[in-house]
Design a protein around this ligand. Sequence first.
Ligand code: HAM
Length: 416
Amino acid sequence: MSSGCWSPLPGMADLGPPEIRLWQRVEADARRILALYRVEELRTPILERTSLFQRAIGEETDVVQKEMFTFEDRGGRSLTLRPEGTAGAIRALCDVGAEAGSRVFYLGPMFRAERPQAGRRRQFHQLGVELLGPPAPEADAECIALMWRILSEWGLADARLRLHTRGTVADQPAVREGLRARLAEVRDALCEDCQRRLDRQPLRVLDCKQAGCQQLMAGLPALTTFLAEDSRRYLDRVATLLSSLQIEAMVDGRLVRGLDYYEHTIWEATHPALGAQDAIAGGGRYRIEAEGRVVEGVGFAIGLERVMMALQARGVAPPPDPAPAVWLVSVGDRATAENLVLAERLRSAGVPCGADWSGRSVKAQMRAAHKAGAVWAAVRGDEELAAGTCRLKHMASGEERTVAVDELAAVVSGPA
Ligand code: HAM
C-alpha cells in the first residue's frame, strides 16, 4: 500500500534529534530572557472556533480568507487550527478576566494553508508575546526591546527592524477613504480580489502579492499622510525611544502587516540569511473587541523555523548529544537484571546512565557504550555480583579498575 501515510504532509515536518537540541537551546534562552521581563507562559488550545479568528484577525485578511485549516466537527460547528497566537491568547486572558498589565508568552505550532516553500510551512512554530495595556509609546518600545533582546541572545542581532504605524481607530475612516479614492483611479488594473477589498477593507489591497497590484501600490502616497497629527507623533516617540535603547529601526511607510487588529505601532524584523521569506518576526499594538469589551495590548511573534534557518546559515550546529557518564555492561542474565536495578539507583542519584538489555556480547555492549559517548563503562558478571563490585573502564584511556558498586555513583560523578 503506497498511500504515503508514513511521511509528513507537505509543509509539515517531524522534529527530533539532532535538530531538536538547537530548538531546546533557543527556547531555553528565550525563557530566561522572558523571565527578566516578567512575562509568563500561556498555553491555549490549538483548535478554536473559526469565528474567533474571523473577528480578531479580520474577515478580509489573506489569513482568514485563504490560509486557515477549517473544518466542521460532528455537531456542525466550524473549527479552525490556530493560524496565529494572538487571538487565542486574548480569548484566554479575557476568559480569566485578565486586565491591563497581563504579560504572557506562548510557544507552539501554528497552521496556515499556504503554498509550502523554503521558510514557508503549513505547520510552523511561533514564540509569541502579548503585553496587555493601553497605548503608550514606552510599552511598545519595551515590547520591541524584548523581541530584540531575544533575537540578540540567539546571535541574530543583524536582523533589520522596520517600523511604522496603523494609526488609531479614529484614523481608520480617513485612511480607508484616502486609500479608496486613490485606488479607485486604478480600479480596473487591480486584481479581482483587490477590487473586492477596495469596497470592504482597502488597507488589505496593500498586502496583495500580485505583481501588478504591487506596482500600483508603489505609486501611492505614504499612509501617514492620512493620519492625525497625534498618531504621527506617537510613531515618532516610539522611534525616539528605540534609539535611546540603541535599537536601530527604519521607519518604513510601505510596511504592511497582514492582520487587521493592529492600531498604532507595527513592525517587522527581517534577517539577511533568509531567502524570499525573510520576515523572522512581526508584531504591533492592537485593539481587539472581545465579547463587548475592548482589549488593548502590544505583542509580537517570532517564526522559529526561520530562526533555525538563520542560525544554520550562520553555521550554528545543534549541541552534541548529552553523553552518559556511565554505561552498564552485563555479562549473563543475572547481571542484566541486576543492572536494571543499578541503572535506576544511579539515575536517582542524578547520574546519566545508559545500558542495553539485548543480551549481546560484551564486545557489542562496549561498542554501544563507545557510540553513546559514555565516559565510563561498568562491567558486571556473576563474580562481581557476588563481590558487590564492578570492573570500571575509562573509555578514553582504556584504564581499568575494580570499584565497589556502592561507590560507583561518586566515582563516575567525579573528575574523569
Ligand atoms: P505574523 O507576521 O503573521 O504575525 O507571523 C509572525 C512570524 O511567524 C513571521 O514573521 C514568520 O517568521 C512566521 N511565520 C508566519 N507564517 C509562516 C509560515 N507559513 N511558515 C513559517 N513561518 C511563518 C503574527 O502571527 C502575529 N500574531 C504577531 C503578533 C503578536 N502581533 C501582535 N502580537
